[in-house]
Design a protein around this ligand. Sequence first.
Ligand code: SAM
Length: 276
Amino acid sequence: MAEGFYKKKSLGQNFLTSDRIPARIAEVCGADKGCGVIEIGPGMGILTKQLALRAAKVAAIEIDSELIPILEERFADAENVKIINEDVMKCDLRSLIKEEFAGLDCVVCANLPYYITTPILMMLLEGEYGFRSITVMVQKEVAERLSAKAGAAGYGAVTAAVSYYAAVKRQFTVGAENFSPKPKVDSAVITLTPYTEKPVKPENEGLFFRVLRGAFAMRRKTLVNSLSSAINELPKEEIKSVVTELFGATVRGEELDVRQFAALSDRINALICHRG
Ligand code: SAM
């Protein structure tokens, strides 16, 4: 570790301690000489090093300015590594991809800061940047939630939203002892492969997401009750008759997959348009 650097809990700074896990992550992320990698949160650069060995170029975005001189020194001779001192949530990824990765495929690979995992993943997916894949280490429980099937424990609004944009694959588990400081929980590596052609195409995407969020907003309520609060353009009776016809009156949001949410949102959309 670099002398005088104190890790910041508030920035999710749990660093990997040996090259073995970063090498495995870099391997499964599929980085090769035909692609550029965006790394989020390089920390001390342990994963960056493995990515740079495999990829044509690595753009590593680190929010903590105290880490920048450490990273710059470490990669001073690595021509294919660019260190960027920014908050990834504020970074103009489209320009970055255009400027740094012209003619290359682009993948994302990161040991994500856990305090901001979901916002980062949703930003990467919603931006539709054309990533070949997104391979990230997250808390094991989050990996389980993201790969849960409808009706299973942990399945929720984020699972459904992620599955709208990408296929999710669990890669491997990483024990807490591989980090410094050691976190309270184990981690897991997952790969999201964004669809080039989405298998589910709701007619009104905005409404689809309102239906999806509304369905999970009140967890112990039936879908009819949750949706009635979220979709105020229709009377509860109309929502009830659509839900009952499609899935039965007592169904809960957590039982539906993304395809069923799209079917539901299309029916609600038709009714709203008809009223309009
Ligand atoms: N890649 C290193 C490793 O595997 O050892 C560090 C991973 S550590 C879990 C997360 C890193 O993300 C930290 O270096 C932290 O400073 C950085 N980070 C936290 N929030 C960030 C943000 N919004 N944008 C960019 N980097 C961020």
